[in-house]
Design a binder for this molecule. Structure first.
Ligand SMILES: Cc1ncc(COP(=O)(O)O)c(C=O)c1O
Length: 410
């Protein structure tokens, strides 16, 4: 790659490729957005970085205040780090130490969801339970109770029974050892790496009730779903279900620089605040709260605020174009949409795993046509930057149809 603008990536040989997956879900406004580039340039001439222990700075403070205004009002405290896995690691450690500081040291286990992906550090891998990538690291991972994720799609008639099953299993686990759990962690509304598996908002509201009933912390990993991806500012806003702790990263800087934040409720913060140094949360990274990243994030949030219709309106565009290009296609099933994300399975007549040949085959064919679409196993998904207009999205769906038709002929 040599350069990029909007949703277009340009390769050395001059070919142009449409970035249909926002470069692994980070890019929001299109590549090289001039306002974010300018904000980074300006900040770089003032304060490029400073140790974040014992100091703070304006971009970090402004950003913390801005993020809070778009989240449920009980999420008031912001902890900075620098990538999605770390934001999750912080959430897990924070939950564990919260109970420790309250003297409930037995509460140190977690419940996660089948298919969960929370990152590649040891704690984040553990919270995800299982993944095709983690075989060699199993001996390093700690046990997490895993329950089914009630994935659903358009026209699914079994959504409610799947939710009841998941909630029933959760209740069983919580009832059997009520004092052992620190928290429940979930990717709300959309499980990303598992194949853009979607659940209903009602499930997240039931989860909140269950967490309250058993007094366990609810952690939302919104590393991917945050900053407009689900069609609202955050999945927790869309679902009207407020977690105790939330992890954010990816789109936070509009896709320019690494940055992450983990927010929590005031009562969690209070459990760490005392004259006793041992109740403090000892977690820091060299680049925590980097001012350039914070400046990029502020500029990105200003763009989101200036025109939220870019993410609010994309689901309708997806639906219109899917109807135009994919309606009646026998080669796909489980079509589903959540805000800026659309996904479907290619019917192959067998159970597909992440590593099946169909994924790379489809990817290669899309690339030949000039589209960066990177299927997860046999799941094709589109998650373009918010600058993608209906005409561009229509081209993407047309390409998907063509590739599917050619696949059927082959
Ligand atoms: C939901 C979720 N959590 C955490 C992560 C890890 O983020 P990072 O790759 O920035 O470490 C990802 C990355 O794909 C993700 O999708």
């Amino acid at each position: 790659m040599v350069r990029a603008h909007g949703a277009i990536l340009e390769i050395e040989d001059g070919r142009q490729i449409v970035d249909c997956i926002s470069s692994w879900w980070v890019n929001l406004h299109g590549h090289c957005h001039p306002e974010i580039a300018a904000a980074i340039f300006e900040q770089a001439q003032k304060l490029e970085h400073v140790i974040f222990a014992g100091f703070t700075h304006e971009p970090a403070e402004q950003l913390a205040h801005k993020i809070i205004t778009h989240l449920p009002e009980s999420l008031t405290r912001v902890f900075f780090s620098d990538n999605g896995s770390t934001a999750v690691e912080v959430a897990l450690k924070m939950a564990c130490q919260y109970w420790h500081n309250l003297g409930k040291v037995g509460r140190k286990s977690f419940i996660g969801f089948e298919g969960g992906y929370h990152g590649d550090t040891i704690g984040a891998m553990s919270a995800g339970g299982s993944s095709p990538f983690w075989g060699p690291f199993q001996p390093l991972m700690f046990p997490v109770q895993i329950v089914p994720y009630p994935e659903t799609w358009d026209l699914d008639t079994e959504a409610e029974s799947k939710e009841l099953e998941a909630l029933g299993l959760l209740r069983e686990r919580l009832e059997s050892t009520p004092d052992s759990y620190a928290g429940i962690i979930i990717e709300p509304l959309v499980q990303g790496a598992a194949g853009m598996r979607m659940c209903r908002p009602s499930f997240l509201r039931s989860l909140r009730q269950l967490a309250d009933e058993f007094d366990v912390l609810l952690i939302f990993d919104e590393v991917m779903t945050g900053f407009g991806r689900t069609g609202d500012w955050f999945a927790c806003i869309k679902a009207e279900s407020c977690p105790d702790i939330i992890a954010l990263s990816k789109g936070i800087t509009g896709g320019f620089l690494p940055l992450a934040v983990t927010l929590c409720r005031e009562n969690i913060y209070d459990a760490f605040l005392s004259e006793n140094i041992h109740t403090a949360f000892f977690h820091g990274h060299s680049y925590t709260g980097n001012p350039l990243s914070c400046a990029a994030a502020l500029a990105s949030m200003k763009l989101l605020e200036a025109d939220p219709s870019t993410f609010r309106g994309m689901e309708q565009i997806h639906r219109r174009q899917a109807q135009q290009w994919l309606d009646g296609s026998k080669q796909i099933e489980h079509l589903r949409f959540c805000g800026t994300v659309a996904a479907m399975e290619v019917c192959t007549g067998k159970d597909n795993s992440y590593f099946d040949a169909i994924g790379p085959q489809l990817k290669a064919r899309f690339l030949e046509q000039g589209f960066l679409i990177r299927p997860l196993g046999n799941t094709i998904y589109m998650m373009p930057p918010y600058c993608a207009n209906e005409e561009l999205i229509s081209r993407i769906y047309r390409a998907v149809r063509q590739v599917l038709d050619n696949l059927a002929l082959a």
